[in-house]
Write a protein that binds this ligand. Sequence first.
Ligand code: FA5
Ligand code: MG
Length: 452
Amino acid sequence: THRQSGAATKTPSTVTIRGHTCKTDPEWFNIPDNVLDSATRRLHLQKDHPVYITRQIIQANFPTPTFKYHNDFSPVVTTRQNFDSLGFPADHPGRARSDTYYINDTTLLRTHTSAHQAETFRANESDGYLISADVYRRDAIDRSHYPAFHQMEGARQWDRDEVPGGDVAAAVLRDLETLPKHDVIVEDPNPPWHAERNPVQDQHHTNAEAEAIGAHLKRSLENMVVDVFSRAKAAAKRADPNFVDEPLRMRWVEAYFPFTSPSWELEVYYAGDWLEVLGCGVVKQDLYINAGVSSKLGWAFGIGIDRIAMLLFKIPDIRLFWSRDDRFISQFTGVSDDLEKLKLFAPFSKYPPSPRDVSFWLKASTSSAAGGNVKNVFHENDIMELVRNIAGDVVEDVRLIDEFTHPKTGRKSMAYRIVYRSLERTLTTEEANKYHDNVRRALVAELGVELR
Ligand code: FA5
Ligand code: MG
């Protein structure tokens, strides 16, 4: 079988993750040591860490007792929790070993906090919940992507059997009236639902219900983002009374998730670009039905906590959260106990980048399935992880800069630019060359490419 790059060269027979020991399957196990190390950190529970502080601020926007908080669910979950319970089809790309870290065929590191939706609906302990947790994905390498990150899941539901006259839409609209209003301009050009692109679950919900739930969801999340930004602005003003920030800009985009409909993503304008910060939607009724609470209906969201923390503290690179450098961590001391002490991150360095390019021919296999045509076997996440395994947090960005297919042979050539840059010191030319040589060698050894 094809061995995923990035898997430890020798699979241990068991792994223990936060006290939970599992048997590995060498055909499936693909978790490198750096990711296993990340699973020990629990940054969202480390007092005064920016991920912890950001969790605190998001939580404060969804108060108890309406929302019950869960902050310590195990990252080791089943394929049933992470995918099946949420209606992911059997062939969904998210299930692939190129995208997900597996321990064995049915056990994996959760790729999102939604893995806990079904059991939390079933527990039925409150009208809503928040789940914060570390999550894991094989993914791109750049300043806003890291193989381990943190999400906050939130959900709010109403019970048909408990609202006056069984009128959920009216009850939700009454609750919406009690939410604070903000005066930030939000771009939301799409209709509240769309028959083809973003349908109402019309077997279960009226249009009025879906619209009311969507409106309550959007306002709740906008208020949270406005709160985060006003805290960031206040911090900047404490440091410099003349500080003038760019006005906050947000926009809603239609989205798709197997477990919500209609669905949206919220983007925030940051450093010259739109940054996606969360996904959300009206919960698919099958989730409530399967959880034994079929009279409920409501919304759910999943936020990237690290992304919000970057906006809040103006942290330029997601790798910084994992830094043990005192120049980073000491900047936040005391903030958890007194949010008025919040300060923007003061960059302690801008060390020079060391970009290096590599180009290669993909390994070509002529398969009969492809009708005798050349098939180029390749998944970009394999490159990402190979580079991350060699350079660790010294890699800042990996991107495709060129690709073409040879007109005669059908072979594919690709060129990547890898930017090496330490957050903590200047890399010497020799060090950067050494990382890059090792990457080149591993590309040949593990992915079978031919260097150009
Ligand atoms: C999800 O994970 C859905 N579970 C969200 C959801 C929950 C939808 C409940 C509906 C209902 P998505 O893959 O878009 O969706 O990720 C959610 C957020 O996680 C993103 O918006 C982003 O802020 C963050 N995120 C995703 N990948 C990374 C990464 N590699 N590094 C840092 N943050 C990431
Ligand atoms: Mg998304």
